[in-house]
Design a protein around this ligand. Structure first.
Ligand SMILES: [Zn+2]
Length: 405
């Protein structure tokens, strides 16, 4: 197949900021509504039965048989602030494109096949990644989700209701494990490992454990021009030390630590802040290393805060344990690709995905599409058209293998 799809083109303008070229597709905003409309239209054009579940996740079904034991593929349509075009949407568009390819070939699945777009995967609006899949699988309590707030203080429940959806029905779907026999998420690679080994498609092995921590530094608001240095309780100083400490600790542990989100309160240029709220994103190959890394960063934050007369508190906002994808399903995916002459390497990733959340209840696998620069969560994120086409071919081979027997 080729990657000159009207389907991809039709989604590209939605939520794109013309100034940066980046995407802002936050849950329950205008851009999100347009994505949802695109999903329903795409399903309708293919005569798939589309529905929005109680958690705001979108499903399109090719109904076969009793409705149990489906093969489902898909990803998410929301974005990080100024995200790229591929992270998420590539998996949803490729899912529909693979079904198009298979129906052109006259395939005859013997079980239901579904396409899914999960709600709030990036956690860009409400701070909790994979919210839709976590609600669906019972990883997060509905009341906790309803009470999450965005940066303007709008609660998740209010935002969901504002988009015309009912937040009253949030919660686990007890039938999920019966309804879905396998979930395959295709995703743009968020690194350049595939390029390094000359492969255009890879298969997921595991996801590193990872989490987000909110660190709050409390100081004293004061005048920038009249407060002597010795009299200041400036929360920016331990915050700055913590960023550098996190970077150093990550290097030492062979892990990853990032502090890219910060709120300075009140944030005037000619005043000392009263507080700084900062977020730490940390990831490592195993949980012991991750825990040691985070403990080191928080210890450093406390030490520096003490020096500057600043208080510090921290809270884990989300934590995802290591995920090992289903070995049997992975072997079947690799075998299906090999039958098509595709040798796909098996790789671990440091990026979280809905597939990692679903893996608790449903046999789950991932396909990665080569990203030559490795850049992601940026307007510069890119995958070559021929690699996207190879991804669709691979996904179609896997769906055919899983759904036709
Ligand atoms: Zn993603």
């Amino acid at each position: 197949m080729t990657w000159d799809l009207p389907l991809w083109q039709s989604l590209l303008p939605v939520g794109r900021d013309p100034a940066t070229g980046g995407y802002r597709r936050y849950s329950f905003t205008e851009a999100d509504s347009a994505c949802r409309e695109w999903f329903f239209n795409t399903a309708a054009e293919r005569k798939l039965r589309a529905e929005c579940d109680a958690n705001g996740n979108l499903w399109a079904w090719l109904d076969v048989g009793s409705g149990a034991g489906a093969v489902v593929t898909g990803s998410h349509l929301d974005s990080v602030p100024d995200g790229g075009a591929f992270d998420g949407p590539l998996g949803v568009v490729s899912a529909f494109a693979a079904l198009d390819l298979l129906s052109e070939r006259g395939w005859r699945p013997v079980r239901p096949v579904g396409v899914v777009a999960f709600m709030e995967e990036e956690g860009a609006r409400f701070g909790l990644a994979c919210l839709g899949s976590k609600l669906l699988t019972g990883v997060i309590e509905p009341d906790v989700a309803r009470g999450l707030t965005d940066s303007d203080g709008v609660s998740f429940a209010e935002a969901m209701a504002g988009a015309g959806l009912d937040p009253g029905g949030l919660g686990v779907d007890g039938r999920l494990a019966d309804r879905v026999a396998a979930f395959i998420e295709l995703h743009v690679e968020q690194g350049s490992a595939l390029d390094g080994i000359g492969a255009n498609v890879g298969v997921g092995e595991s996801i590193w454990p990872h989490g987000r921590w909110l660190i709050e530094f409390g100081g004293r608001a004061d005048h920038a021009g009249t407060t002597r240095l010795a009299d200041r309780r400036d929360p920016m100083l331990p915050y700055a030390a913590t960023i550098l400490g996190a970077r150093e600790a990550a290097g030492e542990f062979g892990a990853l630590a990032t502090m890219s989100k910060v709120a300075a309160v009140p944030g005037g240029a000619n005043g000392i802040c009263s507080a700084v709220r900062a977020w730490l994103d940390a990831r490592a190959a195993d949980e012991d290393t991750l825990n040691a890394l985070v403990a080191r960063v928080l210890e450093g934050a406390r030490g520096s805060a003490d020096q500057h007369g600043v208080t510090v508190t921290s809270r884990c906002e989300s934590f995802t344990p290591v995920v090992e994808f289903d070995r049997d399903l992975r072997d079947r995916v690799v075998a299906a690709l090999a039958q098509r002459g595709v040798t796909a390497p098996v790789l671990a990733t440091g990026a979280g995905h809905d597939a990692g959340v679903l893996a608790r209840l449903v046999p789950t696998a991932m396909l990665f599409v080569r990203n030559r620069t490795g850049v992601s969560h940026s307007p510069a994120e890119h995958a070559e058209p021929e690699d996207c086409a190879a991804g669709v071919d691979a996904l179609a081979a896997v769906l055919e293998h899983l759904a036709c027997r």
